[in-house]
Design a protein around this ligand. Structure first.
Ligand SMILES: Cc1cc2nc3c(=O)[nH]c(=O)nc-3n(C[C@H](O)[C@H](O)[C@H](O)COP(=O)(O)OP(=O)(O)OC[C@H]3O[C@@H](n4cnc5c(N)ncnc54)[C@H](O)[C@@H]3O)c2cc1C
Length: 466
């Protein structure tokens, strides 16, 4: 029988291993930038944000692109996430509506929902063969406060004529009679057994479920394939340099200079798709640092994941389970993504678990060990929800971590700096960046094409001091 650890010393630290990087092809020799170059657009960062930006700019504008990556393609968060296709904000949509107005909130949600279709365009036009699975995902709630927050979100969706998230409440919910009558048309009452069936748990106290369109894919393998396609399709307009850390960007009124250890690129626009890494300096020609508004400045945190393989096929799904009595509290929600996983010789079911453990990302490094106590926390806090039949104490097939760019506003930053139009951003995932990065890339290409875009919650805002 496997050993079941009973304290935090139960597991040793272990080497991280991402299931997505395990599926990627070798990169071949590095291609660092040397010397001087010119381009219409420099994109910094070859994760899903940078690659999607390159895709839309090359596809929809005549501009040429230099893409610079300090590591190799897809080795940041894009190769180390949960790979879930999801379009919610890490902040209630109704709060966003209060801050920006209901029209902009609904437009933002529509834009993210629409990124499912943009992903399909990206995959089809690049003939990418990564497995993309689509399904309905479910979130478990257990208090009236949870429910009301999400019903208010659904009101914003209704206002914007967007598809509603399905909301089911147990007939055994203690708060059933306290749900305000104005929400009556936004949920249905069902037997508790139905709630348990959707969430695949019983006796865990969940009393309501929110269900929405979800999916999953390997974003690391996807960006590797899209890059190969772009290099083949646009040999005259795309130059890619990896192992090229950008150290300094100097932004002029209508141009920018991007400095790396081996070379310099002068360009009309520079797009930061760095996920918020801050190991480079962005200044104006007077050597003054260029920043965003406080709420938009990115800090990196580290997210941790564990996954196990089951040989038997199981339907793909995504679940999340709120654990705070009040949304936004200290206890992280846990999330589980189950998918079909291709190995060289067979196809299995892979269940990925995340939630516990978040660290300061300033010192994140890809080879940093996965902490033993966190493996223990995954065993104790997430495994019973992910697969109650799996005994605790079994080794995981994959344990990994990755950097996430967060900001206080909990909304992505997409577009040109209002005071420095040559500097653009597509970053700040706030935990959910796969589809939003693809939306962001398209919006950047529209902006570079001179489209008159409506103001948006994603617009960069000027520095407002410390
Ligand atoms: C554990 C975890 C789970 C997640 N789960 C999900 C999920 O289920 N669904 C979802 O939608 N999102 C999820 N995310 C977030 C998602 O992975 C990210 O939003 C997305 O991958 C970010 O893509 P990106 O291109 O912005 O960043 P990255 O993939 O990190 O790419 C940024 C690139 O910029 C490069 N770079 C940075 N600085 C420089 C520089 N100075 N010079 C040159 N290159 C530079 C980096 O090396 C990196 O390759 C998760 C993230 C993590 C870590």
């Amino acid at each position: 029988m496997p050993r079941v650890p009973n304290d935090e010393a139960g597991y040793p630290d272990s080497s991280p291993r991402s299931p997505w990087i395990a599926q990627m092809l070798p990169d071949g020799p590095g291609r660092p930038l040397t010397g001087e170059a010119q381009a219409d657009v420099v994109i910094v960062g070859a994760g899903i944000a940078g690659i999607a930006t390159a895709f839309w700019v090359l596809r929809d504008t005549p501009k040429d692109v230099v893409l610079l990556e300090r590591d190799r393609v897809g080795r940041g968060a894009t190769g180390r996430n949960a790979g879930q296709l999801t379009t919610y904000f890490e902040r209630p949509l109704a709060d966003i509506a209060e801050e920006f107005g209901i029209e902009q909130a609904a437009d933002a949600q529509r834009a993210l929902d629409g990124a499912h279709d943009l992903l399909d365009v990206l995959v089809a036009e690049c003939a990418a063969d990564v497995r993309v699975e689509r399904f309905t995902g479910h979130m478990g709630m257990f208090t009236l406060e949870h429910l009301i927050v999400h019903l208010r979100n659904n009101e914003v969706r209704r206002h914007g004529n967007l598809s509603q998230e399905t909301c089911l409440v147990s007939e055994e919910a203690e708060f059933l009679d306290d749900i305000p009558p104005e929400f009556a048309t936004l949920y249905s009452v069902v037997p508790q057994a139905h709630i348990d069936e959707l969430l695949e748990v019983s006796g865990a106290g969940y009393r309501a479920v929110l269900s929405d369109r979800k999916g999953c894919a390997n974003s690391g393998a996807l960006v590797q394939q899209v890059l190969a396609h772009l290099e083949a399709a646009y040999p005259e307009r795309l130059r890619y340099h990896d192992e090229t850390p950008v150290e300094r960007v100097v932004v002029d009124a209508d141009a920018a200079t991007v400095q790396t250890p081996g070379g310099i690129v002068r360009c009309g626009h520079v797009v930061l798709c760095t996920n918020g890494f801050v190991d480079h300096v962005i200044v104006d020609t007077g050597d003054r640092e260029i920043r965003l508004a406080r709420e938009q400045r990115i800090e990196t945190v580290v997210g941790y994941m564990a996954a196990f393989v089951e040989e038997s096929p199981r339907p793909p799904t995504a679940m999340s389970y709120i654990r705070n009595a009040v949304i936004g509290g200290e206890i992280p929600y846990v999330y589980i993504t189950r998918r079909t996983y291709d190995r060289p010789d067979d196809v299995v079911t892979l269940t990925c678990m995340g939630g516990p453990g978040e660290g300061d990302g300033a010192s994140w490094h890809p080879d940093m060990p996965f902490p033993g106590p966190l493996q223990w926390a995954m065993d104790r806090e997430v495994l019973p929800l992910a697969q109650p039949e799996r005994p605790r104490g079994l080794p995981y097939d994959f344990l990994w971590h990755g950097p996430m760019g967060y900001n206080d506003g909990r909304t992505r930053v997409v577009g040109a700096h209002p005071e420095h139009p040559a500097l653009l951003y597509n970053l700040g995932c706030n935990g959910i960046g796969f589809l939003p990065s693809i939306f962001g890339g398209r919006r950047i290409s529209q902006q570079l094409s001179g489209f008159d875009l409506e103001p948006s919650i994603f617009d960069p805002r000027p520095d407002d001091g410390d």
